[in-house]
Each structure stands twice: as structure tokens, then as C-alpha cells.
Design a protein around this ligand. Structure first.
Ligand code: RIB
Ligand code: CA
Length: 317
């Protein structure tokens, strides 16, 4: 039975990698992309989502999301990391297809009403759309099959501040609401993404075997890697968002912990994700009444890389 998924996304170079993997994977049915600000502005994310799907011949819907965080003033988009066009300057022809009539939150609400218990929401940007969907229709928590979120840093330092990861920092109130809700949720924080590196050689191999999907990704990865080399001295780039999809398809590549999660919504630690292991108690009342969720705290890079390569090059077989 394929995984029916909606990817909530701010494409974004690693978002594009996740979308390509979802399109290529035989066990995934990509129903829609819902767009959000973060790496770019929301209308730019919508433009990019439509362009990627057209370029790769995929027919998933695109529903535009919220243009601002639920409470804080929006931060500047991540143009420094993903380039002014969100693809590291790589040109992908614009699509003439319009976005869906429904906004992102309404699309999630209505899709889960049509397919109760069947849809997994894979959120790889700020969580504003999911928070809005929760606000409008709290029963969505019982209609989703699961929610997988790329965001946060649990036992590692952040990537936009010493404690905050970009997706949670860009809308901490939304992240806290999503992690505090009672839906079946798996978190893919920097703990499971940072151990993996897409090197130029690896991405060139993907491009050689599957030019349609791989060539644009390899060119985007080259730009993304320049940021990782200059800021972190790494020899490649980190495919953060792919983990939110590969949790569904190669779960054995990840080590898990279970516990309650919360996100700090103001002050110098704004955007920090805090974690209390399941079955433990503490004086931190913020965790009172919160459900335990699964957290992907580590990754076997060899398993993950082998799977991504196999999926992305299967069409070449
Ligand atoms: O911190 C990494 C996350 O922020 C990824 O989703 C990346 O695309 C950016 O949105
Ligand atoms: Ca993203």
C-alpha cells in the first residue's frame, strides 16, 4: 500500500531533493505540495513548487499557505543559504499551472476528511500551515495517518542560533502547537540530518544515472555546498528535508527516542526545541499534559545514502 503524502514545503534546495525522492519512490503517492515561507517567501515557494512538479512531470496539487508566522514578525527569508530564487540560482522554468483554489490549511483539512487515516503530512518548513489547520479543525489529529516534521535540534546545537533550528525559529508558536498536539508525530531534527552529507561526487553520480531528476539537484547541491563549506567547512551539503520522507521508506536507517517536546516562543532561546524523555518527570511544567512523540536522534549514513541512490536511479535500470 503506497504512502499517501502531502509535503508542506518552502522550496528550497533540500526541499527539492525531498520532492524528487517522493516522486521517484514507487511506494509513495505524492498528493500535494502545500507551500510556506522560510527559505523563500510563500508566493515564491508556490512558484517553485509548481515549477519543480512541471519539470519532473508530476501532477500533484499545489496549495499556497500562510504568508506570515502565527505571532512573531517574519524573519528575512533564507536567501543566503538557498539563493534569491530558492534553487541556488539554478533556473527551473516557471509553470503556467495555477495553484489550487484551497489554501494550504484547508487543503490538509479537506484531504484528510476525504481519506481519513490514510494521509501522512510531511512538514519540511516552518509549521504555520499545520498550526492553522489544527486551529480551524482540531479533529485533524485523529484523521491523519501520521505527521513527520523536519525541524528542531534536540541533542545538538541549532543552525540559526546556538539553540534554534531554522524551521522552528521561523515560527516558534506554530512549532510548539504542532509538537503539543495529540497526532501521531515523528520529529526529524538536526540530530538525524547532520550525520549525512551529499558530496559533489555523490550528486554527480545521481545526475549521471538519472539526468531528469538528478541534474538540477546536482547543480542546486553545488550552490548549497558552497554555503556548507564556507560556514561549516563541510565537503558537501546536508539533505535535511529528505529525512522526513525516508522515515517512511527506510525507517531502519534511524535511531529513535521517545518523549515530550516543546518549543520556546520568546526570549534569547526563541525557537529552541526542548525534550523530556518518555516516562520521566521533572519540574518543567511546560511538558505537563503533552503527548510523547518519536524523535529520530541519529542516522546510519551508509543505509540512508544507499537508499537515496537506489531510489533516484531506479528509473535508469
Ligand atoms: O534547518 C533546515 C531546514 O530549514 C530545512 O527544511 C531547510 O529547507 C530549511 O527550510
Ligand atoms: Ca525546507
Amino acid at each position: 500500500m503506497p504512502h499517501k503524502i502531502i509535503i508542506d514545503t518552502d522550496p528550497g534546495i533540500d526541499d527539492a531533493m525531498a520532492i524528487a525522492y517522493a516522486i521517484a519512490h514507487p511506494d509513495i503517492e505524492l498528493l500535494a505540495l502545500t507551500t510556506i515561507f522560510g527559505n523563500v517567501r510563500t508566493h515564491e515557494a508556490t512558484r517553485n513548487a509548481l515549477a519543480l512538479l512541471e519539470h519532473w512531470g508530476a501532477t500533484a496539487d499545489v496549495a499556497e499557505g500562510e504568508s506570515a508566522p502565527v505571532a512573531i514578525t517574519a524573519n528575512e527569508p533564507g536567501y543566503l543559504v538557498h539563493g534569491r530564487n530558492g534553487f541556488g540560482g539554478v533556473e527551473i522554468a516557471a509553470s503556467s499551472r495555477p495553484a489550487h483554489d484551497l489554501d494550504a490549511a484547508q487543503y490538509m483539512i479537506e484531504a484528510t476528511r476525504r481519506h481519513p487515516g490514510e494521509i501522512t503530512l510531511c512538514a519540511v518548513g516552518p509549521l504555520t500551515n499545520l498550526a492553522r489547520a489544527l486551529e480551524r479543525d482540531p479533529d485533524i489529529v485523529s484523521r491523519v495517518k501520521a505527521v513527520v516534521v523536519m525541524g528542531g535540534a534536540v541533542h545538538r546545537k541549532g543552525n540559526v542560533t546556538p539553540v534554534a533550528e531554522a524551521n522552528f525559529w521561523n515560527d516558534p508558536h506554530a512549532a510548539d502547537a504542532v509538537l503539543g498536539a495529540g497526532w501521531p508525530l515523528v520529529l526529524a531534527p538536526l540530530d538525524c540530518t547532520m550525520p549525512v552529507l551529499f558530496t559533489p561526487d555523490y550528486m554527480e553520480a545521481v545526475a549521471r544515472e538519472n539526468p531528469k531528476l538528478g541534474k538540477p539537484l546536482s547543480e542546486m547541491a553545488a550552490a548549497y555546498s558552497r554555503f556548507y563549506r564556507s560556514h561549516l567547512g563541510l565537503g558537501g551539503c546536508v539533505p535535511h528535508d529528505v529525512m522526513a520522507i525516508s522515515w517512511l521508506t527506510v525507517p531502519g536507517a534511524f535511531r529513535l527516542q521517545k518523549g515530550a517536546l516543546a518549543v520556546i516562543a520568546d526570549g534569547p532561546a526563541i525557537g529552541q526545541c526542548i525534550f523530556q524523555p518518555g516516562g520521566t518527570k521533572s519540574r518543567a511544567t511546560i511538558f505537563d499534559g503533552r503527548p510523547d512523540h518519536l524523535v529520530m536522534v541519529d542516522t546510519d549514513p551508509a543505509l540512508f545514502l544507499a537508499d537515496f541512490m537506489a531510489v533516484m536511479t531506479r528509473h535508469a535500470a
